[in-house]
Design a protein around this ligand. Structure first.
Ligand code: PLP
Length: 389
C-alpha cells in the first residue's frame, strides 16, 4: 500500500516529461514518432564544452565540490549574470544547482509556507504550480491571452496581489508561449511591486539568448536595481548551450535567499555533478557568438512553423517572440475531439508527439517545440495537417 505524504499527493508527474516518455516508449516499440514534446535544442553541445568535461575527468575532478558550486563556476556565473543579463552580482550571491529546475525548487521550497500565494502567469511552465503546491502554497493563475502575445500587464498583476502574495513568477522568454516582456512592460511591473513590498519575484531567464525581437534581453533585476533585494533570477546552460543533460542551473538573488537555497540543497542533492560544473564554467567563460547563429536558426524554424500551423484549418498561433515553442489554439476542433488530451492522442496516432495545453493550465490547444531539424519539422507539420484534414 503506497503511503504518500500529503505534500506528494498535491503534485503529479511533470506532464511534459510524461508526454516525452510516452513518445520514447512508442519509438522503442518501433513506431515512427516525431517528438515535438521535449524542450531541448537539437544542436550538438559545443566542442569546447565537451572538451572541458573530458579535461575535468582526466584531471581527477571526480569528488564532492562545495555544495553550492565550485569557486570557478560561481565566478563564471556571476560574469554571465553581469555580462548577459545586466545584473550586478558577485560569486558569493550565486548558487549552482542541478538544473534551473532545482534552482526554482530550492527558492520556492525555502520560502513558501502553508497558505502563501504565488502568482503564476497562465499558460505556465508545468513545474511552477507543482512546486508551489508541494511547498504548501497556492498557485494563483494570472490569465494571459494570445491577443497580447500571452503577456500580462501591470494592472492585471496588481488586481491579484493580496497580503498573502509572496511570489510573482516571471518567465521571459517564456515556456510554453514564447512570450517576451520588453523593458517598458517590466518597468511598469516594477512600479506595481514598489507598492507591494511583501512580493518577491522569481525571474526565470533560462531562455534569455533565444529572443527574436531584435531588442536586447530585458530583465527585472537589471531594470529595477532598487528591487534587486527581492528578485531571484534563474539562468543556466541547458537551453542556451544545448546542455540539458549536464543538469546545471544557476541563480542569483539576495544573500539570505541564496544561503537558504544552499541550506536546502546541502540536505538534498548536495553539489551538482563536478564534471558538469567544469563544462558549464567553460560554457560561460568561452565564446558566446555561436548563440546568435543558433538563435537565427531557431527564428527561421519559428517562421516556418507559424506559417504552416496557421494554414491548417482550426489551428492558430501568434508568432512567439522567444524560446523555441509555439502555443497553438485548436478551439474550433474541440467539437470533433472533445478536449485537447484527446487531440494529443490523435496526433500521436498520426506520428507526432506534442503536449496538450491543459498541461500548462490552458485549454483547447497544444504546444510544439520547434527545436528540431528543419526536415523533421516539415514532416511533423505535414503529419499534423494530414491528421486534422
Ligand atoms: N524554466 C523553464 C521555463 C523551463 O522550460 C525549463 C526546462 O524545461 C527549466 C526552467 C529547467 O531547466 P533545466 O533543464 O536547467 O532544469
Amino acid at each position: 500500500q503506497p503511503r504518500l505524504s500529503q505534500a506528494l499527493q498535491r503534485i503529479e508527474v511533470s506532464r511534459t516529461n510524461a508526454a516525452t516518455d510516452r513518445a520514447t516508449a512508442l519509438r522503442e516499440q518501433g513506431r515512427d514518432i516525431i517528438s515535438l514534446s521535449v524542450g531541448e535544442p537539437d544542436f550538438a553541445t559545443p566542442p569546447h564544452v565537451i572538451q572541458a568535461a573530458k579535461d575535468a575527468l582526466d584531471a581527477g575532478q571526480t569528488r564532492y565540490t562545495p555544495v553550492t558550486g565550485t569557486a570557478r563556476l560561481k565566478e563564471a556565473a556571476a560574469l554571465h549574470f553581469r555580462r548577459d543579463l545586466g545584473i550586478e552580482t558577485n560569486p558569493g550571491q550565486v548558487i549552482v544547482c542541478n538544473g534551473g529546475k532545482q534552482a526554482i525548487f530550492n527558492a520556492l521550497l525555502a520560502t513558501i509556507s502553508a497558505g502563501e500565494e504565488a502568482i503564476v502567469p497562465v499558460p505556465w511552465w508545468v513545474s511552477y504550480p507543482q512546486i508551489i503546491r508541494f511547498a504548501g502554497g497556492k498557485a494563483v493563475p494570472l490569465i494571459t491571452h494570445a491577443g497580447n502575445n500571452f503577456r500580462f500587464d501591470a494592472a492585471d498583476l496588481e488586481a491579484l496581489i493580496t497580503p498573502s502574495t509572496q511570489w510573482l513568477l516571471l518567465n521571459s522568454p517564456g515556456n510554453p508561449t514564447g512570450a517576451v516582456y520588453p523593458a517598458e512592460m517590466l518597468r511598469a511591473i516594477g512600479e506595481v511591486l514598489r507598492r507591494h513590498p511583501q512580493v518577491m519575484v522569481l525571474s526565470d531567464d533560462i531562455y534569455a539568448p533565444l529572443n527574436y525581437t531584435g531588442q536586447p534581453h530585458a530583465t527585472l533585476a537589471a531594470l529595477c536595481p532598487d528591487l534587486a533585494d527581492r528578485i531571484c533570477t534563474v539562468s543556466g546552460v541547458s537551453k542556451s548551450h544545448a546542455m540539458t543533460g549536464f543538469r546545471i542551473g544557476v541563480a542569483t538573488g539576495p544573500q539570505w535567499l541564496i544561503d537558504a537555497m544552499g541550506r536546502l540543497q546541502s540536505n538534498s542533492t548536495g553539489n551538482p555533478c563536478s564534471i558538469s560544473q567544469a563544462a558549464a564554467a567553460a560554457a560561460f567563460e568561452g565564446p558566446q557568438d555561436f548563440l546568435q547563429d543558433w538563435s537565427a536558426r531557431f527564428r527561421t524554424r519559428r517562421d516556418m512553423v507559424v506559417q504552416a500551423i496557421n494554414a491548417v484549418p482550426g489551428l492558430s498561433t501568434p508568432t512567439p517572440d522567444g524560446a523555441f515553442y509555439c502555443y497553438i489554439d485548436a478551439t474550433p476542433l474541440m467539437d470533433r475531439f472533445g478536449d485537447d488530451e484527446k487531440l494529443a492522442l490523435h496526433l500521436l496516432d498520426h506520428g507526432v508527439a506534442i503536449v496538450a495545453a491543459s498541461a500548462f493550465g490552458g485549454r483547447n490547444g497544444f504546444r510544439i517545440s520547434f527545436a528540431a531539424d528543419e526536415a523533421v519539422l516539415q514532416e511533423a507539420l505535414a503529419r499534423i495537417a494530414a491528421a486534422l484534414a
